[in-house]
Write a protein that binds this ligand. Structure first.
Ligand code: NAD
Length: 238
């Protein structure tokens, strides 16, 4: 098992990519602290309720867990162009997608430095600085920031045994994806449009993203840091 003896902390582990990562990490031997704003969603995997926008709660939970691997997964998708985005939309998305990752890294890093190593895995998106998708102005702006934060942390802590990488998924089958498809008013047409932009002709699975998260959390990726890892069924390949 690739994560035996490691302690991992995962946010938004209640469903979708976060849950798949928490389960994969446990299968690989890690002791996982699984958290989600909805505690009921992580109860069956021994998790606890945690709202990552609550800075004090987030930082004290991260410090208590003293993780070797920190996975920042919580995120929200805002739908709309620049003209449909409000200040509140931008503030909320930055609080959840960016500031929470900033706060959890701040809490995790001193312990990682003390112990001489650690791995940070931040969930960004291929929709970021890498490519844009229609009606993802707020979302792409925040996910570009995730990549920039990840690179900065990787740069500053590279000599201290700490690696930081971002995962940039394309469209992945998760509960919130289905909500977004329903919200368009024509679920089937929206799903077809999402699939049509996938060169592989399908969307991804949370387990496929989790497999990359296992690699980036483990020593197998010991020579990899500061990168935005695209996993998108060929979408960004044009
Ligand atoms: P999801 O959106 O279906 O589930 C998100 C989970 O986050 C839920 O369990 C929810 O309760 C939890 N959550 C919401 N607000 C929270 C908060 N304040 N604190 C803690 N937890 C909170 O899951 P998903 O679609 O797999 O998305 C997970 C991450 O992956 C997000 O950062 C998302 O932007 C990113 N991502 C998803 C896709 C996709 O197509 N699904 C693609 C690229 C990136």
């Amino acid at each position: 098992m690739r994560l035996t003896g490691k302690k991992a902390f995962v946010t938004a582990a209640g469903q979708g990519i976060g849950r798949a990562i928490a389960l994969a990490y446990a299968r690989e031997g890690a002791a996982v602290t699984a958290t989600d704003v909805d505690g009921a969603k992580v109860a069956d995997i021994g998790g606890t309720a945690l709202d990552v926008t609550d800075k004090a709660a987030l930082q004290s939970a991260v410090r208590a867990a003293a993780p070797d691997i920190l996975v920042n997964c919580a995120g929200v998708v805002h739908a709309g162009s620049v003209l449909e985005a409000t200040d509140d939309d931008l503030d909320f998305a930055f609080a959840l997608n960016v500031r929470a990752q900033f706060h959890s890294m701040q809490a995790a890093l001193p312990g990682m430095v003390e112990r001489g190593g650690g791995a940070i895995v931040n969930i960004a998106s291929v929709c970021s600085s890498l490519l844009s998708a229609p009606n993802r102005f707020v979302y792409g702006t925040t996910k570009a920031s995730v990549i920039a934060m990840t690179k900065s942390v990787a740069k500053d802590f590279v000599t201290q045994g700490i690696r930081a990488n971002a995962i940039c998924p394309g469209t992945v089958d998760s509960p919130s994806l289905h909500e977004r498809l329903r919200a368009t008013g024509d679920y089937d047409a929206a799903l077809s449009a999402f699939i049509a932009r996938q060169p592989m002709g399908r969307i991804g699975t949370p387990e496929e993203i989790a497999a990359l998260a296992v690699y980036l959390g483990s020593e197998e990726s010991g020579f990899t840091t500061g990168q935005a890892h695209i996993i998108d069924g060929g979408w960004a390949n044009g």
